[in-house]
Design a protein around this ligand. Sequence first.
Ligand code: B12
Ligand code: SAM
Ligand code: SF4
Length: 492
Amino acid sequence: MTGVAVSPPAEVHRPLRIALVSLGHCPSLALRNLRRYLESDAELALAPAGVEVLLFDWPLQPFLRDADSAIQRWSFSTRFDQALDEVVAPGPDIVGFSCYLWNVQLSLRLADAVARLLPESWVLLGGPDVSGRGAEILTRHPAIAAVVEGDGEEPLRRLVVARQQTRGTPCDPARKPPEGIPGVLVRRTPPAAAAAPAASTAPATDMTRLTAVWDAGELDALADQSWSWPHVLYETLRGCPYACSYCMYGKTPLNAKEEGLVVSELLALLRRGLAVEIIDPTFTTYVQRAKRILAELARHDYRGTLYFEAYPDSIDGEMADLLAAARVTCVGLGLQTISSQGLREVRRPENRERFERAIAELRRARVRFYVDIIYGLPGTRPFDFFATVEYLAARDCEIVAYRLLGLPGSPLMRDAERFGMVFSSDPPYELLRSDTFSLADLRLCERFYESYLSDWSGGERRDRIDLALPGALTRGILDSLGQSSAGADQSP
Ligand code: B12
Ligand SMILES: C[S@@+](CC[C@H](N)C(=O)[O-])C[C@H]1O[C@@H](n2cnc3c(N)ncnc32)[C@H](O)[C@@H]1O
Ligand code: SF4
């Protein structure tokens, strides 16, 4: 018998390549987490030739500018072509796009094009803008192989293992990601339109494996790029104990990083002089933990700055002092509305006393803060929004007002019919009408807020009104906009 030397197919001699793509306002933490999770995986490390993760992390603005100017010039060679070329050139086996409302349309366009140019690679989507509507996306985009819903680390790892196992086998154009991976929706062939449901939600990410996700050399290079939100993102935990229906934050069970690790990683970033955003849904809500972390940070020197958002109830005097000591430069507080009904309808607990304590303590400790509010909330009317602005103006708070967005997958979308809410079907999914807001009302709220910022948040006009008088500010602003102010003194 003659022996035949069987060598592995040429394919297997090169690493399995995974390209991860993000278009954003700041460097993507999701891509770093996904990369770190794959690189620290024992099973994948044993694979022949290993796994190579390529990150394509691009500022979004140039894509938008280029698209605009190309249309003006009637020429369609844009940053898009260059991006496509860069992703396709290394011949990745898996290409994953990180989708948020600011990039989902561009990402889908790129994903469709990549899938056409690389028919044998698996093109995947993940991120909050596709979570909760994977089946709809698979139906509308036949080239997408799978959508990952929720936390992506463990589902992506399993997809990579599955791809690894099929390497070197004869090319089968119908070869697709397998069904049954928790958190992964895959396309079924045939019929092309149907999606196999995700087996269940993805298992929790092992947060201990997400250490040092920011590569030090990479951070220097990132600082050189023009990001519109020049922050380095850091998460100490996932999950939010509150259930505000409009929000996509923290709809996963609590999953926290070990405190010592949080302190050492944050110090490493802060010592490099970086502007760090802690992106936990509400950093201070796990009060004792947050206090221990802040106290530990406060013991060290650093040039960097810290910023985060918080549900205000947890900010007492001690917390405010620790924030100041740890050199937190700004805190975003959620209030949303002073209407009790509005808060009830979005399942957000109300605690005005605690909110007032938080702003008083932050002010005393000289920690800058601003307050988030929303217009268009179910169960509210424009005058509730005006009264909320008045309430905050009377307390000298910096205000950030948002129009209600119907985020795909958020619990609010299940209530849309009950409140007659109609949202734009495309990003940013803004409210167009509801039982209590016409489109004209929404436009008026926007003008009201802009007028408040430009003419009434300080200066002469403001000095002329008595902010303690209910309705005085609302009347002033509406009169200046040529709108009737009848009803301005009604309080919610
Ligand atoms: C930082 C941040 C910003 C930054 C920009 C960030 C960036 N990358 O460019 C700034 C401050 C500019 C910003 C602005 C806004 N934001 Co914002 N922001 C965030 C925040 C706090 C963190 C995002 C993040 O990096 N998270 C950490 C990573 C690890 O989590 P992740 O992104 O969910 O990724 C995980 C999974 O989704 C999945 N995954 C993600 N990508 C991929 C890719 C693949 C291939 C796979 C397999 C899996 C996967 O795996 C990851 C790890 O588990 C989130 C809330 C949050 N805590 O997540 C909101 C959030 C993303 N923002 C949101 C919104 C709505 C806004 C605003 C409209 C303001 C507002 N009203 O809330 C504006 C829009 C600005 C604009 N005009 O474009 C929504 C987006 C919802 C959506 N459908 O996209 C979120 C979810 C918050 C919310 N309100 O519910 N934001
Ligand atoms: C992380 S939250 C604020 C901090 C804290 N978690 C809280 O709720 O108090 C960020 C802000 O984004 C705004 N926001 C979130 N989802 C929104 C949506 N669907 N439409 C409009 N604004 C939204 C809210 O004003 C919210 O306060
Ligand atoms: S708005 Fe804030 S408190 Fe409410 S669910 Fe979202 S992150 Fe949690």
